[in-house]
Design a protein around this ligand. Structure first.
Ligand SMILES: C[S@@+](CC[C@H](N)C(=O)[O-])C[C@H]1O[C@@H](n2cnc3c(N)ncnc32)[C@H](O)[C@@H]1O
Length: 269
């Protein structure tokens, strides 16, 4: 599943629903990441794996310029449409690979990759690209998810996925991955960043009722959307019912908010 998310197909598939459903939900993380960067009005920012512009749109009123890059054409098209509709003049978009960016050396004051770089096949290359394109002293923020076991929201989503696809293994905390904050810190330091700090930020997955929650997941969650696409409508209807039954059972006595914890790693060039 992790490898699939380093390819364009799942992101192209969910782009439109991602913009409607996931983008508003991720603003909590985007705001926290931007706060850490302490941007000034004259700053230039690069938003790597920008999606439909979760970070770029939020940052635009507060900086001089933003270069927003993503390898998914449908994601970039959505951002381009928003830029045009809202007459935003300081976001420049490009379709490209975050591991090989079409930017100059020492171009940016700050860089950010919100839930993007974490999926790349070659993170070392992506860090090297960030360091190459940042001005000396420039800051970068990278985000990734904390272990599923710590977030009741992700437990519910994974639990449902495993009901409809028993081949999916139970999520295990992997200490040799970015979900371990010490591993994350070490990786950023090894990549050459200094003054590295890892911050925890908590967002919420909205839940009003089982049907809407599951519909949103099926449209906007890339692994679930890919799984649905892999089978006939008839086969999916059966899976859908299993998912709805499981969610009803799990949420019958679950009034608390569904949380999703993430790590924000910040470092300087
Ligand atoms: C979870 S979305 C995050 C989008 C946005 N940053 C946000 O926080 O809402 C992951 C994004 O990474 C992009 N992506 C994944 N691998 C990429 C790569 N190698 N180069 C550029 N974009 C990539 C996908 O197209 C997708 O838009």
């Amino acid at each position: 599943m992790a490898n699939l998310l380093s390819t364009k197909t799942p992101w192209d598939l969910v782009a439109s629903a991602y913009a409607d459903i996931t983008m508003p939900m991720f603003r909590t993380y985007a705001s926290a990441a931007l706060k850490l960067l302490e941007l000034k009005p004259q700053d230039s920012l690069v938003d790597i794996a920008c999606g439909p512009g979760t970070v770029a749109l939020l940052a635009a009123p507060n900086v001089e310029s933003i270069d927003a890059l993503d390898f998914s054409e449908p994601m970039i098209k959505i951002l381009d449409d928003i830029i045009r509709e809202q007459n935003i003049r300081n976001i420049k978009t490009i379709c490209g690979d975050g591991q090989d960016m079409p930017y100059e050396n020492n171009q940016f004051d700050a860089a950010i990759s919100l839930f993007g770089l974490m999926f790349f096949d070659d993170r070392a290359k992506a860090y090297a690209e960030i360091r190459r394109t940042l001005k000396p002293g420039g800051k970068a923020v990278i985000s990734c998810w904390a272990p599923v076991s710590e977030s009741n929201g992700f437990q519910l989503v994974f639990g449902t996925l495993r009901q409809i696809n028993p081949n999916i293994p139970a999520p295990q905390t992997d200490i040799e991955s970015l979900e371990n904050p010490e591993f994350f810190r070490n990786e950023l330091e090894q990549a050459g960043f200094r003054d590295v700090e890892i911050h925890r930020v908590t967002g919420e997955i909205p839940f009003t009722n089982v049907k809407d929650f599951w519909n949103d997941m099926v449209q906007a969650n890339a692994p679930i959307a890919m799984y649905k696409n892999s089978m006939s409508d008839e086969a999916w209807q059966e899976k859908n019912q299993i998912a709805l039954n499981y969610l009803k059972e799990q949420t019958a006595t679950k009034p608390e908010a569904l949380q999703a914890h993430a790590w924000l790693g910040i470092g300087k060039k």
